[in-house]
Design a protein around this ligand. Structure first.
Ligand code: AMP
Length: 285
């Protein structure tokens, strides 16, 4: 595995791979790699002969009171994990390479970035789309792989790719979970033991809604209550939102006529860790 830290070197290397006939796949991450990230690398390997994983804790997607400084940085372990998962190129630029002094340009997708997570994180998605477009311009991948765990992010990036005519195909990989159902996240390490013990209630709540949906329930308020009631079993879980929305427009639905995204964000009360999770109701597998 080659490790690249310079933008110019990454552009040259990706261009050489492309002109040699290779299909390139990009997996953008912020590091602290876990099985969820590595599953995206394995999907990348199915679609490409050269896989690039970026490891970059992107400052512009963190709000002023968020965890940018304390976000876990485990570079040596990330290199080992990426290499053993078959990564060909690990791109880990320093912040000044991605945001040179004097930078003034950002990318924002309007509307769909203002609800769900965007309501409490108003600058988050602008940071995400800006860094993802930069990565697309540097690597120029044929395909890019994102995780369904960040469902709104996937929707926003797909919108950007269409709107800005990016010649990259976006593939979304399924959520990887712990045995007890908790979605893997680099932020799970922040949880206190008591929070970690109750965190699977979030996934259980989604499962209860899935079961009701499978039984024919189509009212969003009933399905949302199923999630809320499960989470209410622990006072350590403070739901920020539980929403049922159209997967493409992210508009709230009151009655589900075909498929819908059921998404939740909660704040854990001891550590203030924010956890997100979701499921697609009625989606064709
Ligand atoms: P992050 O490092 O948190 O920015 O995540 C990088 C990519 O990994 C994003 O596309 C995430 O959606 C994806 N990802 C994070 N956690 C998981 C998970 N548990 N299962 C699948 N994909 C994930």
């Amino acid at each position: 595995m080659k490790i690249v830290t310079s933008v110019v070197e990454m552009i040259d290397l990706a261009r050489t791979c492309r002109s040699g006939g290779s299909i390139l796949a990009l997996v953008p991450t912020m590091g602290a790699l876990h099985r969820g990230h590595l599953s995206l690398l394995s999907i990348a390997g199915e679609h490409a002969d050269c896989t690039v994983m970026s490891v970059f804790v992107n400052p512009t997607q963190f709000g002023p009171d968020e965890d940018y400084l304390k976000y876990p940085r485990t570079f040596d372990a990330d290199c080992r994990a990426a290499e053993s998962a078959g990564c060909d190129i690990l791109f880990a630029p320093p912040v000044e390479e991605m945001y040179p002094p004097g930078h003034r340009t950002s990318v924002s997708v309007s509307g769909i970035t203002e609800r769900l997570c965007g309501a409490s994180r108003p600058t988050h998605f602008r940071g995400v789309t800006t860094v993802v477009l930069k990565l697309f311009n540097i690597v120029n991948p044929h395909v890019a792989i994102f995780g369904a765990k960040d469902a709104q992010q996937a929707t926003v990036i797909k919108r950007m790719v269409v709107d800005l005519h990016c010649p990259t195909r976006v593939i979304v990989g399924p959520i990887v979970r712990e045995d007890d159902g908790l979605a893997l996240s680099s932020r799970n390490g922040y949880l206190t033991p008591a929070e970690r013990a109750v965190a699977p209630l979030i996934h259980r709540g989604l499962g209860n809604a899935e079961a009701l949906f499978a039984g024919g329930e189509r009212h969003a308020d009933v399905l949302r209550d199923a999630v809320r009631n499960e989470c209410a079993q622990s006072e350590l879980i403070d739901p920020e939102y539980v929403e049922i929305v159209d997967q493409l427009t992210l508009e709230p639905l009151s009655l589900i006529t075909s498929s819908a995204l059921l998404a939740i964000a909660c704040r854990m009360k001891e550590s203030a860790t924010r956890l997100i999770d979701n499921t697609l109701l009625g989606a064709v597998p």
